[in-house]
Write a protein that binds this ligand. Structure first.
Ligand code: NAP
Ligand code: ZN
Length: 368
């Protein structure tokens, strides 16, 4: 295992960190496009804080508030052209992974007049606009990753692009913005972060740094999720653990990428509209069990870091928070399988998956 690590994002955390660090925006330019989903930026209070900060710094802004969950490539293309027309010098993403990933794509389209699908073949001719990320969920870690995951209906799938410019220049982590998430959103995004930590730790590309972050993340995330199996809502302190755990897990996948649970989950999200974190977590048990006998020491480290009784105990907590949705037919499983194997993260693990098993796994997990 090596020590390679790259993470150029400045992370600013704590209550009121956006307004207290307003000069960070001024360092990025004088005019920007704010990119949000339909309502969470407003509901969480993050949009108001960003607007206050920009006004205080004399920065002009326009708001694009039409990013859908699991953002469409076409939406990002449209907003990218808008950013170019406005002469935006930087982009601020406010929201969960969807607006943050969209902001990265919009930043690339703003400086590059290219066909939408060219987004997936970086490097780009021109450097994308700088991005500032204001997270409102505690899951994807997109604030600190170089990845952007978009939905391409023509491919019947999600597709990602990665470039060093995908790392936001600055990320703000204020736990107050996550308070407006309901239980389903809190659990789903928390499970996404757990998947990031576990998948990163069992990735073929794990390093001593990524592993340390993945284990630390699990230690923050798992006890809170475990407590939530008894019902109720997280306390503010527990929400902070989820937020910081999700950021550490995001930093871990920045080094390693994700593994097959994400490849499977993309399909479940695309076809059944299951939230990303839940869709991915359905497959975490299969992923851990697939590594038994091949990475036992690493699994043991993860179990201890999480404070779980054993591997099955860890899987049990994830599964009890995340009951699978409607039943999958054999035809759907076959269809999903074809797209899953094309995903970049499909074979990225200490024990690469046998593609012949894909359909069987879909049926075992979702076909009951
Ligand atoms: P999301 O898709 O950004 O948001 C899901 C829902 O939660 C939306 O309806 C959103 O509302 C709402 N929401 C967000 N924050 C809220 C808040 N504070 N209060 C109330 N509602 C809130 O969810 P996500 O799980 O964070 O992101 C998932 C996306 O990230 C997927 O497309 C996934 O593929 C991607 N992802 C990216 C990375 C990466 O490294 N870049 C890693 C993993 C996953 P609005 O629509 O109004 O915003
Ligand atoms: Zn994820």
């Amino acid at each position: 295992m090596n020590i390679a690590h790259f993470m150029p994002t400045r992370i600013l955390g704590g209550e009121d960190c956006v307004r207290q660090n307003a000069s960070e925006f001024a360092a990025l330019g004088k005019r920007c496009l704010i990119v949000t989903g339909r309502s969470s930026a407003l509901k969480s209070g993050a949009l108001q804080d960003v607007m206050d900060a920009l006004i205080g710094q004399g920065i002009e802004y326009e708001i694009f508030d039409r990013v859908e969950p699991n953002p469409l490539l076409s939406t990002c293309y449209e907003a990218g052209r808008l950013a170019a027309e406005l002469g935006a010098e930087f982009v601020i993403g406010i929201g969960g992974g969807s607006p943050l990933d969209a902001a990265k794509a919009i930043a690339a389209f703003a400086t590059n007049e290219m066909e939408p699908m060219e987004l997936f073949s970086p490097p780009f001719k021109k450097v994308p606009l700088p991005v500032a990320a204001v997270g409102t969920t505690a899951g994807t870690g997109s604030e600190v990753t170089p990845y952007s995951v978009l939905t391409v209906p023509e491919l019947e799938s999600k597709r990602s692009f990665t470039t060093p410019h995908g790392f936001p220049k600055v990320a703000f982590a204020d736990v107050r913005y996550t308070l407006s998430m309901n239980r389903v959103q809190t659990v789903s995004t928390g499970l996404d972060a757990v998947c990031h930590a576990v998948e990163s730790a069992l990735s073929a590309k794990a390093t001593v740094v990524s592993l340390a972050m993945a284990k630390e993340a699990l230690g923050l995330l798992f006890p809170v999720l475990s407590r939530l199996t008894g019902g109720g809502a997280p306390t503010l302190e527990e929400r902070s653990s989820l937020l910081y755990g999700s950021i550490l897990a995001g930093m871990a996948i920045s080094d390693t990428g994700t593994c097959f649970p994400h490849a499977f989950g993309y399909q479940a999200t695309f076809f059944d509209d299951v939230p990303h974190g839940s869709a991915t977590a359905f497959f975490l048990g299969e992923f851990l069990r697939w590594h038994v006998g091949h990475a036992d020491e690493r699994i043991g480290e993860l179990v201890r870091a999480a404070g779980a009784a054993d591997m099955e105990g860890l899987i049990g907590v994830v599964d009890s928070l995340n009951p699978p949705p409607k039943e999958l037919t054999r035809e759907q499983a076959a269809h999903f399988s074809r797209n899953t194997a094309q995903s970049r993260n499909f074979l990225n693990s200490i024990r690469p998956l046998d593609p012949a098993l894909t359909e069987e796994i879909y049926l075992r997990v979702l076909g009951k």
